[in-house]
Design a protein around this ligand. Sequence first.
Ligand SMILES: Cc1cc2nc3c(=O)[nH]c(=O)nc-3n(C[C@H](O)[C@H](O)[C@H](O)COP(=O)(O)OP(=O)(O)OC[C@H]3O[C@@H](n4cnc5c(N)ncnc54)[C@H](O)[C@@H]3O)c2cc1C
Length: 436
Amino acid sequence: MTERTIAADVCVVGAGSGGIGAAITAARGGSKVVLVERDEWLGGTTTTSGVCVWQPAVCCSPLCKEIFRRAQATGRCVIGSARKMPGAEMAVKAVDPAAVYMYTMMRMPRWTHEYANGTVIGFSPEGYDELIREMLAETGNCQVLDRAVFTGVEVAEPRRVTEVIAQSGDVVYRIRAKQVIDCSGDVDVALAAGVETRCGEDPKDLYGEPGAPEVATGRLNGVTLMYRVAKRPGLERPDDCETYRGGVISSAADIAELPGGEFSVNNCFMMSGDDAHGMGLDKAYEILSRRVWLCWDGTQKRYGLDDYNITWIAPRLGLREGPRIVGRYVMTEHDFQVGMKGQEHEDIIAVASHAMDTHGQKSYCLDPLNGPYGIPFRCLQTKEFDNLLIACRGASFSHLAASAVRLQRTIIELGVAAGKAACGENPVPPAEHWDY
Ligand SMILES: Cc1cc2nc3c(=O)[nH]c(=O)nc-3n(C[C@H](O)[C@H](O)[C@H](O)COP(=O)(O)OP(=O)(O)OC[C@H]3O[C@@H](n4cnc5c(N)ncnc54)[C@H](O)[C@@H]3O)c2cc1C
């Protein structure tokens, strides 16, 4: 093993939605940033898990708009609206040349039976990775350590994380950064540092949420293995798919067109999150990599994609939920219910409008009846440390709130706020920023 020590202003762990928001923002703000990512692609769930679709959501982030504009100008994304293919029973989101970015921020009040809940942006995962690398390189301030796995932290000083440890091959990196931002999705840094976390449902008596169960279980939002289909010869179908008949085989899907005429398929109800974590994510991946073929058998005809074949299966499972920190403020269903008009927080750093939305055998979807709701900066702050922020789906949310705030553009906004704070800027935008 070789050890290398790197000094930085900011260390960001995880290059998913939160991580790219944090790294780009901190590096543009003049901080020397090190970005640690275990996978080959940057983008996390958006790329490696194949969820390369921005669902309709209110989003005031200029960074998201910039990513969209630059991706669109270089053919790396398209805008799609609901349309039925010939002979289809259900609608896909197909390229709509007349649609503009603004339409993608409007969600229909209720999901229709066709899941035609609005206008979406579909990215090529490869193109998204390339674009984010370009944007980071332009800052001249960000060192990307990809294929480097976070393995631990040192917390020698009181209330400070002093070192982030990551390994790539036989090189161990010791990153000494003034500020650390955990964007690992499953809050690996927070867990290693001993931050308080919760996982699964919360009981009603904890936060008094109307939608919470009296007795909480370990139930986690469902997992999905995403795949892409195209009008060309596809992957070889494994022999054991024909005989495999275990678990949930659902043909309900959210299907969006990507650049080049491919479609991304999200069979929303594939396996419960607790089953996947219970059996181990490798085993869950193995099961779902056969289940996708059976899901596709039903999906293909319903959505009128008869000439299409599976051409790519995401290399990682899409995880909607994992552990969440218990930070300086826990956002709950109450914030979601009253909306931004009723919230009194002075530190709102992101606004969202997605429904409380869980996937699995007991799926439900509840739209925010009082309009968009805000996310306070304190959800990113740990109680235990002054230089550790959490800017990913595992920030300080209840199980129910987490099911609402998890969309990619919202998580990018959390990253932007963390990146600003880490380089000494005020993360709270002025009132006129909220122009939705
Ligand atoms: C199946 C599915 C469908 C969805 N559909 C949509 C949709 O249509 N539209 C939408 O906007 N949102 C959708 N979402 C939600 C959204 O994609 C995610 O909530 C969001 O992308 C999460 O971003 P994140 O930064 O919190 O985590 P992630 O994207 O998971 O990023 C975490 C990053 O950290 C890295 N990492 C983790 N551990 C380590 C470690 N130990 N060392 C180094 N790196 C590490 C990971 O490789 C990853 O790159 C969907 C989610 C799923 C799972």
